[in-house]
Write a protein that binds this ligand. Sequence first.
Ligand code: 5AD
Ligand code: SF4
Length: 467
Amino acid sequence: MSKTFYIETFGCQMNAHDSEKVIGTLERQGYARVQDEVDAGLILYNTCSIRDKAEQKVFHRLNEYKKMQGEGKRFAVIGCVAQQEGEKIFEKAPYVSLVAGSASYRNLPEMLARLEAGETRITGLDDRQTDETFETEFTARSNPHRGYITIIEGCDKFCAYCVVPYTRGKERSRTAASVLVEARRMADEGFTEIQFLGQNVNSYRDPSGRLSFAELLVAVGEIDGVRRVRFTTSHPRDFTKDIVEAIDATPTLCDHIHLPVQSGSSAVLKAMAREYTRDWYLERMSWIHGAKRDISITSDMIVGFPGETDADFEETITLLGQVKYDAVFAFKFSPRPNTPAITMADSIPDAVKTERLKILMDRQREIQREHYGRHLGQIQECMVESHNAVRGQVVGRSSQNKTVNFVMPRDVSLGAVLPPIGSYLPVRITKTLPNCLVGEALEAEPGVAEEMFFVPAERKNQFVVLQ
Ligand code: 5AD
Ligand code: SF4
């Protein structure tokens, strides 16, 4: 087997970040990453099992890999479907040599050594799933400006529809001291945005008892060089008022909270085992709405959970109007293996789920069309993500996590100047659409450019001048 690898990643940010850990580990073990599976000695498939017949899709994809066997290639299935299906994967796809769930990635060097020695049935399936793989020292973060830090793994909530507690195991938090060391190191390397990751990030409990979740957010926000701190994904049950207070008091904490509600009906929430009611959730919303800063709220919703009546669904629709979310990720309920919801009575026909999903998305789009209007004329700081040199357009992200498409001020003698990726610019919002903002960067006045245009030192010479 040649020491080259190709990796394909599906699923959430947790999985994307896991791949960064796996890539870093492989590179440390002397493997080189290739961009085409044809050139790879080892093909890794990092899988997600959250919805939609994920297992079938994985086996379908593995079938395509099958055609490539016999060229000295080895195959590894990792991530949530690997943890869920376990050794069954070897039975269905005998050409796979390694099956590993996320809780075992720190044993990867040892598993790779066995693979290189010719073993063909290697598993990393920790039943207890209590291992901590928070970060390896060689995590290969794909973006040099903003990076993830896992602060808590697993989930103990057991919502009736969700496969995560079975694929990612019990909740385990990383010490605040270790998170701070990692964040400081990232800041020293030039990262300006740090995003805390966890399936239930705000269930975080510092094992050393030193800092609460909100205090840890503030501590990272105060690190020299850190300009933005985000966190995802939160559970309403563990959402405390001090998180809102911390955001209000600390400008580096982004003014955005993703707080999935799943349904607006207390009856459905009960069936989902979410452990809160509509009113209880709305009380958390009132804390956020009452903040001094305009904190953007986004959510996940599930339509067509077993037993969801038209009246229940209507409550989800009225909740949209009451909260005024800036974005909603809505899904049709999908029965998952091992979860209580798979055997629940009163399943909802797919056509009804489809119709409800459409009604929800149409209503949400109307809300966003109107609600984004509040940004018209505002000046928003944007982190530059990409630009199109031909059209002179820049794509940035606001603290609220909104996409902002903007142009640079035109200097007649210079043409347009495009800022380096990863820099921060003040942008005046001139138009709002349901899913993004449009604007124009402010003119930099001589002498004040340094404060207005935050450009990390090592990228100061990277302005692109368009004639
Ligand atoms: N069916 C549909 N959506 C689901 N989600 C999680 N499990 C399921 C399921 N079985 C959604 C939830 C969660 C998001 C990540 O995916 O809305 O917040
Ligand atoms: Fe998918 Fe959940 Fe696993 Fe993320 S944790 S990859 S969403 S199943």
